[in-house]
Write a protein that binds this ligand. Sequence first.
Ligand code: ADP
Ligand code: MG
Length: 235
Amino acid sequence: MRRLSIQNEKLQVVGQLAASISHEVRNPLTSSKGYLQLMRDEKDQVSQKRFIDLSLKGIDQANHVIEDYLTFANSTPDRVEQIDVKESILELIQLMEPAAFYHQVKMKTELVNCIFVKGQKRSFKQCMMNIMKNSIESMPAGGELNIKMITEKHLIISISDTGLGMTKEQVNRFGEPFFTTKDEGTGLGIMAACIIVNSMKGKIQVKSEVNRGTTVYIEFHEITKEKPKHIKKGI
Ligand code: ADP
Ligand code: MG
């Protein structure tokens, strides 16, 4: 089990990272543009097809970076609110149902009513989605994705899969910017999740075993157990 914490100097890196996201999007788009320009002057059909494929790959890559950061971003300003954890998870499950179905992944839940954490709902959903997406991607031959809320003193959300798992070295690099083992990965999803959970004063931990699966734990100490009478809007 490895506990993930973000130290100060790493937070600085994160600041720079926001700037580098545009770079990460621009790079594959520039390469796509290059292949399209090559295609314009290319007569050979086989080469043309190759340029189209490479160009599409660049666009896909840019899209993945955006997905890992901005799936839930919209034009309304950020607001801190009391997030209904169960409700958010159920909304996400609905959203991810087609991807799970496509990958033959069965999603199961054990959720608790009326548990609230303070934060920005769309960021929380982004973080949960990045983790759930990895789980689904780790089960190319299908499997089970379990999402549980455990509430004693604190809230622990566990996201557990029966996928490929990770080696010790991979666990150690989990959450490191740009660490990816996927051909079309960004290595930004878990890092973004860590930043979000960190901003909500929570912690992320991970436990994994090769060929058995991975469990990611998100722990929040500051929770509200009933719907607050005055939900604070806009800070
Ligand atoms: P990406 O998904 O684009 O590769 P992430 O930051 O989301 O980037 O994940 C980083 C890496 O962590 C993945 O490439 C994978 O090696 C590993 N990983 C994350 N979640 C899981 C999981 N549930 N099962 C196996 N490996 C995982
Ligand atoms: Mg990912």
